[in-house]
Ligand binder design. Sequence first.
Ligand SMILES: Cc1ncc(COP(=O)(O)O)c(C=O)c1O
Length: 434
Amino acid sequence: MARTDETKTTKQTACASGAGQTDTAAGLSDPRPAFAALHGHSPEDLFADLPTPCYILDERQLLRNGELLASVSRRTGCKILLAQKAFSNYDFYLLLAPYLAGTEASGLFEARLGAEKMPGREVHVFCAAYRPDQFGELLRFADHIVFNSLHQLRQFGPKAKQAGKSLGLRINPECSTQEGHAIYDPCAPGSRLGVTRCQWDCEITDDLRKLLDGLHFHTLCEQDADALEVTLQAVEKKFGDILPDMKWLNFGGGHHITRPGYHIEKLEQCIRRASRQWGVTVYLEPGEACALNAGFLAARVLDVVRNGSVQTAILDASAACHMPDVIEMPYTPPLFGAQDSQPFTYRLAGPTCLAGDVIGDYSFPRELKPGDLLLFGDMAIYTTCKNNTFNGMPLPDIWRRCADGRLVRLTSFGYADFRERLGSKAESIISCNN
Ligand SMILES: Cc1ncc(COP(=O)(O)O)c(C=O)c1O
């Protein structure tokens, strides 16, 4: 769920070093797709006045992604949803709405956000297990509800059907297409995600089957269409006899459609084949592809320390707090202007107590010093929706870079945001008998 070098599909390979930084009359530029939205300007040109750390979300790049996704829908008839788990900066939902069929949610809050902020569009939800105390409210916001087990379909399906919802079941085609990445592989052995054919055969009844309008699978992560093609063959082998009874088939997320070099034609072949063969409407629910390369995290150097041969620049941004996928994936995010074979190499790290709060090792043409501005690329996805205040770290402000170049602050955070997540709204007392 985080970024890669645009030419590769594994998360570990993201570019610690630049792929060809060049000097231009306007100053330094970095030709990598993560920095395309800068259009040849340097971070200092554009963002020197912003308090750091901060995220900057780029309207033009989001529009570009939206247009590309919409062209796939136009040519194939598929419907594309924004997976909000990757990008839920709702100030941009109306901008994206013309290109999308709606939003995809992981539960009640995201479903509500999608319904409220992209009004009139479809709201799909998949959750590994719905809560009885929330399900009634969820029905107010979601129109497509995907269950993860036949037990949950039995528990909630009749009520949802009565409420006029379109119901789906997540299937597990048991086809891993990513190696060495069990944490992001819903088809890994023992996975809790999706119903296998064996589970289906053991538990399905006519009544349950009648409740279903669609099937859903999500098995990919930052992958190209060849992995989708292989997955579809597995879906056909395992569930091909059930699909003709369905109205829709959701291919999930993980399609890196907006990455340069992605095989769009093959994706479109897969969509057309599925639609024709089973008479279904195909849905895609990418998160990353919607906001790929559409954001930056700007940070400044606070201090530089040396221990033996390692020089570490300590930044005002933290991997653990502000780009947690760097540690979770792990991956090394692209940094503007850093380039292999430059003479000055630094480990960039956060100011928290965590020894492993390290962003990566990067090389520069000159020495770093306190106050230097650094710009990390591809920071719109799995960042603003995933950050935290560990160590009392302030959350970075979020800025919108408008198509005309204006910078608008969308939100800012302070001490109260840190404090209020931790307690002291002790208003109601629940009695306890012991
Ligand atoms: C069910 C489901 N749909 C969609 C997505 C979005 O995936 P991505 O952001 O990789 O496109 C995910 C990501 O984990 C997911 O679990």
